[in-house]
Write a protein that binds this ligand. Structure first.
Ligand code: HEM
Ligand SMILES: *[C@@H]1O[C@H](CO)[C@@H](O)[C@H](O)[C@H]1NC(C)=O
Ligand SMILES: *[C@@H]1O[C@H](CO)[C@@H](O)[C@H](O)[C@H]1NC(C)=O
Length: 311
């Protein structure tokens, strides 16, 4: 039991890229189309869909548990601290699920797989390189607010805590640095970067800090947004360049500079090698997407991503 808990979680060997090619050949193109439409309506949605998959996978595996609404009997993940007023995109996933149920003539594609595909399609729509998504995940029949509070890393963590957190999900320091590159997209609220802004001035670019001070005062305006890199709707390596220049928005982003040993300059490596980032980011997303999936007879294919199937 203890040994199993210490070992890496099962990185889903049963998943395959062509899982739906017989049962619903139009599923993937339908999802891609709807993700593209959602991003056209609101470019930030791509970022939000990538993060939704990350927060799903880090809480008991990539099992769609984040999508379950609270019930009288269950307090789920949506209102947990890292997710409440923060995770977005639930309505887009609902729209995709209904459309996919229609084109598949039934309930065939899991919510967990939709999250993995929507993340990939967002990355590609915003300029990243494509990768094959492994499929065949099934959906959880429960969700846990406590697990979401405990298992998702916080932006206030130092590097060792971030590394421990990733290791507990079977992910390495290298994976941490590559996957943090997800912050090439999207925004953070003031309450998550205020501490860095006012208490870490020695590692901040003064012009960058001055611009943010206006938007994120020492008190108030908790919900004011700033982008996580200079180009929040483009998948590129500006995120890593920003870290090197003292323009990391989150404490956790800046911490990536403090690696020790053989891997000590991964931030510089990705800043200098966009091609490597595009390649490695896709591979790392596949690895993250393989955290403890439910397969075989475990779990279910949810008809509606917000509720466990009835009966
Ligand atoms: C390394 C540990 C990580 C920490 C501490 C962290 C923390 C955060 C925080 C605090 C925000 C802002 C939330 C808000 O303002 O409400 C955020 C946004 C975001 N994160 Fe992370 N994150 C981490 C890793 C990742 C990973 C692995 C990915 C994806 C591969 C990712 C993708 C995103 C995206 C795309 C956004 C912007 C979402 C949007 O604009 O809607 N993050 N993250
Ligand atoms: C979620 O956020 C809302 C609005 O900020 C707040 O009123 C509510 O108490 C939060 N819920 C939990 C469970 O923290
Ligand atoms: C800055 O650090 C001090 C001392 O640790 C703490 O009391 C204060 O709340 C921090 N300020 C912000 C904005 O986080």
């Amino acid at each position: 039991m203890a040994a199993a808990a210490l070992a890496s979680p099962a990185l889903g060997q049963d998943l395959t890229p062509d899982f739906y090619s017989e049962t619903c050949p139009d599923a993937l193109s339908t999802i891609k189309l709807l993700v593209g439409a959602a991003i056209l309506r609101e470019p930030r949605m791509g970022a939000s869909l990538v993060r939704l998959h990350f927060h799903d996978c880090f809480v008991n595996g990539c099992d769609g548990s984040i999508l379950l609404d609270d019930t009288d009997d269950m307090v789920g993940e949506k209102l947990a601290k890292p997710n409440n007023n923060s995770v977005r995109g639930y309505e887009v996933i609902d729209t995709i699920k209904s459309a996919v149920n229609m084109v598949c003539l039934g309930n065939v594609v899991s919510c967990a797989d939709i999250l993995a595909l929507a993340a990939r399609d967002s990355i590609v729509a915003l300029g990243g390189t494509s990768y094959d998504v492994l499929l065949g995940r099934r959906d959880a029949t429960s969700a846990s607010m406590d697990d979401a509070n405990n298992d998702i890393p916080t932006p206030f963590m130092d590097l060792p805590a971030l590394q421990d957190n990733f290791e507990s999900h079977g992910l390495s320091l290298h994976d941490l640095v590559v996957l943090s590159g997800g912050h090439t997209l999207g925004y953070s609220r003031c309450l998550f970067f205020r501490g860095r802004l006012y208490n870490e001035t020695s590692s901040l670019d003064p012009a960058f800090a001055a611009a943010l001070d206006e938007r994120c005062p020492p008190a108030g305006d908790d919900d004011a947004l700033a982008s996580l890199d200079d180009t929040p709707t483009t998948v590129d390596t500006d995120y890593y360049q920003g870290i090197l220049q003292g323009r990391a928005l989150l404490h956790s982003d800046h911490q990536l500079l403090y690696q020790q040993g053989a891997d000590d300059d991964l931030v510089k490596y990705y800043a200098d090698n966009p091609d490597k980032f595009w390649e490695d980011f896709g591979a790392a997303m596949v690895k993250m997407g393989s955290i403890s999936p439910l397969t075989g007879d475990d779990g279910e294919i949810r008809e509606n991503c917000r509720v466990v199937n009835q009966e």
